[in-house]
Ligand binder design. Structure first.
Ligand SMILES: Nc1nc2c(c(=O)[nH]1)N[C@H]1C(S)=C(S)[C@@H](COP(=O)(O)O)O[C@H]1N2
Ligand SMILES: [Mo]
Length: 256
């Protein structure tokens, strides 16, 4: 005889996950990916978020440097001045009308002005940027931890990736975009940065807002970010490989 779904057992599982804490999280994360735990996670989304945060914060930090290591001028690469009219209009007014849209698999689709982002708790870090073209540069970045932003809008359980939609078409071609999985998105050094070396982020380096994902190669760090989209798959975007350069053969996982 098959037994009906046992809600008492589910309650027990939820309770033991909280009580058992991090010990159980590895297994739960695997289970959630396989889909076996989906009903439980649908019923307790904040638990999913806390699990992600715990997993991410246990992981290694990228090296941070001292103020004297900061390069006198941070190099710029790729698009250094988007020539799209919509972007130029926003830039002409110091991005007063710019809004970061956050939507997709979230509970509260939202928009954030630069002032709203600057008013949120921030993090400042001095890190080394490594470009696959063979150069590195050390700079100090200030911004909102992406995990805090995601918690504001409430990530819905099916979401697996954050997609970064940018304002520029690289060399007039396709729109630049990138993606991170939720673990990397919740890493404490993953920021939506609005300042470089204590000054407003220059246009050449991605104004008004760019991603810093310090354990990744340079091409992951989307500049001119206009929109964050939470998705369960990026197969339907661009060339389907999760990023502008990934669509041209670079690896999606660009960990260093
Ligand atoms: N929107 C957008 N983001 C982008 C790029 C780009 O061309 N457009 N280039 C990428 C690459 S290859 C690198 S190395 C870094 C360069 O950042 P920087 O200009 O601040 O040095 O941005 C990345 N993010
Ligand atoms: Mo790069």
């Amino acid at each position: 005889m098959t037994r009906p779904p046992d809600s008492g057992r589910r309650r027990f599982l939820a309770g033991s996950m909280i009580a058992g804490g991090s010990l159980l999280l590895g297994g739960c994360d695997r289970l959630s990916r396989s889909g076996a735990m989906q009903p439980l996670f649908d019923a307790s989304e904040s638990l999913t978020q806390r699990a992600h945060r715990l997993l991410a914060s246990r992981e290694s930090l990228a090296r941070e440097y001292a103020p004297e290591d900061i390069a006198p001028r941070f190099r710029a690469n790729g698009t250094t001045r988007p020539d799209e009219a919509a972007y130029q209009r926003l830039a002409a007014d110091d991005f007063r009308d710019w809004r970061l849209r956050v939507d997709g698999l979230v509970e509260r689709p939202s928009e954030f002005s630069l002032a709203a982002l600057r008013a949120m708790p921030s993090r400042t870090q001095i890190t080394r940027h490594d470009c696959v073209e063979g150069w590195s540069c050390i700079g100090q970045w200030t911004g909102v931890p992406l995990g805090d932003l995601l918690d504001r809008v409430g990530v819905r359980a099916p979401a697996r990736f954050v997609v970064f939609h940018c304002a520029d078409r690289y060399r007039g071609g396709d729109s630049y975009y990138e993606s991170l999985d939720l673990r990397e998105a919740y890493h404490p050094q993953t920021l939506m940065a609005y300042a470089l070396n204590d000054a407003t982020l220059p246009i050449a380096n991605g104004a008004p807002l760019r991603l810093r994902a310090e354990r990744q190669l340079g091409y992951k760090m989307a500049k001119y970010v206009m929109r964050l989209e939470l998705v369960d798959s990026f197969a339907h975007l661009g060339g389907g490989r999760g990023g502008f350069w990934e669509d041209r053969g670079y690896r999606w996982w660009a960990g260093i």
